[in-house]
Design a protein around this ligand. Structure first.
Ligand code: FMN
Length: 190
């Protein structure tokens, strides 16, 4: 699909088929949103999305309900290795994600839900008070790439910023202080 077609056809999709994502599709979506493009040094890598000062202050967690070959549960993306760390196996992960998203029902029917957390210290040491502005800007790039990549794969995504902060942080097992949820998006086949 051309970039122009992906941009034209992009829309928020909240209704999904029962079809699972393949592991290759999930891998492509993770790469599109936070994949490593080039390692510059031990401390710095460039990714598929831009980031102020190449600080890349996000972590990606996936609540996977229907991904072929992946037990239902919670995973964390390890972009340097191109791998997923399994945090829990949980056949209720979709329902729990929906609860953390203020009971938005479509979340429970998603094949996978991406949760992006930030570790603000990665930005703050360099940008001080401006760090929080650029973290918010960076998050937009990440989710836009998810939307466009989903469109190209025949899947749909929906951004979510209406969520219960404490419930999301608890679900992901992050402390809500040094690391906390900033943005969420559901994904499923159309
Ligand atoms: C920052 C942000 C937060 C959003 N939060 C939600 C949300 O919590 N629930 C939801 O159903 N849609 C959410 N959306 C999707 C918007 O409702 C959607 O983008 C808007 O209606 C325009 O539709 P379109 O994306 O199909 O062009 C969000 C979108 C953005 C960019």
């Amino acid at each position: 699909m051309s970039v122009a077609d992906a941009i034209t056809q992009r829309e928020s999709v909240r209704s999904y088929t029962a079809e699972a994502l393949t592991l290759d599709e999930l891998s492509a979506l993770l790469w599109a949103t936070q994949g490593i493009r080039r390692v510059l040094s031990q401390d710095c890598a460039l990714r598929t999305v831009p980031s102020a000062g190449a600080r890349h202050a996000f972590e990606t967690y996936v609540a996977a309900s229907r991904v072929e070959g992946l037990p239902s549960g919670l995973y964390r993306y390890l972009p340097l290795d191109g791998e997923l760390a399994q945090l829990s196996i949980d056949d209720q992960i979709g329902r729990k994600a929906a609860y953390a998203c203020l009971q938005q029902r479509f979340v429970a029917s998603a094949a996978a839900t991406f949760f992006w957390t930030t570790i603000p210290a990665r930005m703050e040491w360099r940008y001080d008070l401006a760090a929080h502005k650029v973290i918010a800007i960076d998050a937009g790039h990440v989710c836009q790439n998810l939307y466009l990549a989903c469109t190209a794969l025949g899947a749909g995504a929906c951004a979510i910023a209406a969520y219960d902060q404490a419930a999301c942080d608890r679900l992901l097992g992050v402390d809500g202080d040094e690391e906390f949820t900033v943005y969420i998006a559901t994904v499923g086949k159309r």
